[in-house]
Design a protein around this ligand. Structure first.
Ligand SMILES: CC(C)(COP(=O)(O)OP(=O)(O)OC[C@H]1O[C@@H](n2cnc3c(N)ncnc32)[C@H](O)[C@@H]1OP(=O)(O)O)[C@@H](O)C(=O)NCCC(=O)NCCS
Length: 177
């Protein structure tokens, strides 16, 4: 499945994307903000393509201008809540491309895909409390804050994580405005 936006192509990852992925996944500003360690080498990026990014409905974000893979966006395969079919959105973008609206553009397209093609009733998203950039993507995409939880991971104990949800009906209403 290939999705298009004005400035990006969203398509499945391929082995040949490992070096583009490594170029940004090695950057300490990217993984730890999303709960994973910076990649140590291009082999780790290739392994991630095989193990994590091979899941259905995970997309490589190709910047049309440069032709490079500059990020990832898609569904992590984690249903939540009781609104019916649901999943959680995850994403990361190369810091060289921050501040241009590319993730909001790509994520909005994937939300549309989730509601219209996958038939999701609710889409969830979360960010560490201090991740203001991710919070702003979530807000721009129309999510509503649902609850907060303290979670421990390899980076921190008891880290405050904020969860948001976008219901299909609210998304439809927002689009018809
Ligand atoms: C979270 C992350 C994807 C956000 O990236 P981003 O570039 O800030 O987000 P967008 O691509 O949506 O760009 C939005 C910014 O571009 C600006 N912008 C510039 N041109 C724009 C345009 N044409 N359209 C929309 N926004 C534009 C916006 O004003 C906004 O800046 P602001 O939030 O300071 O107001 C990025 O910081 C990242 O990958 N972080 C590390 C991984 C991570 O945290 N993942 C999420 C885990 S929860």
């Amino acid at each position: 499945m290939i999705l298009e936006t004005a400035r990006t192509l969203l398509r499945p990852f391929a082995d040949g994307d490992a070096s583009d992925l490594y170029a940004y996944a090695r950057d300490p500003r990217v993984g730890p903000a999303a709960g994973w360690k910076p990649h140590a080498n291009v082999e780790e990026s290739l392994r991630t393509i095989h193990t994590v990014f091979s899941a259905p409905n995970v997309f490589a974000i190709v910047d049309r201008e440069s032709g490079h893979v500059v990020g990832s966006v898609g569904f992590v395969g984690r249903p939540r809540g009781e609104e019916g079919l649901s999943d959680e959105l995850g994403y990361a973008l190369s810091p060289a491309y921050w501040g241009r609206g590319l993730m909001t553009e790509a994520a909005s397209r994937v939300l549309e895909y989730g509601f219209t093609v996958l038939g999701l009733q609710a889409i969830w998203c979360s960010h560490y409390a201090e991740n203001d950039r991710s919070r702003r993507v979530i807000e721009r995409c129309g999510f509503s804050h649902a609850f907060d939880q303290r979670l421990s991971d390899e980076f921190a104990e008891d880290r405050l994580t904020r969860f948001y949800v976008l219901l299909r009906e609210d998304w439809k209403r927002r689009r018809s405005r």
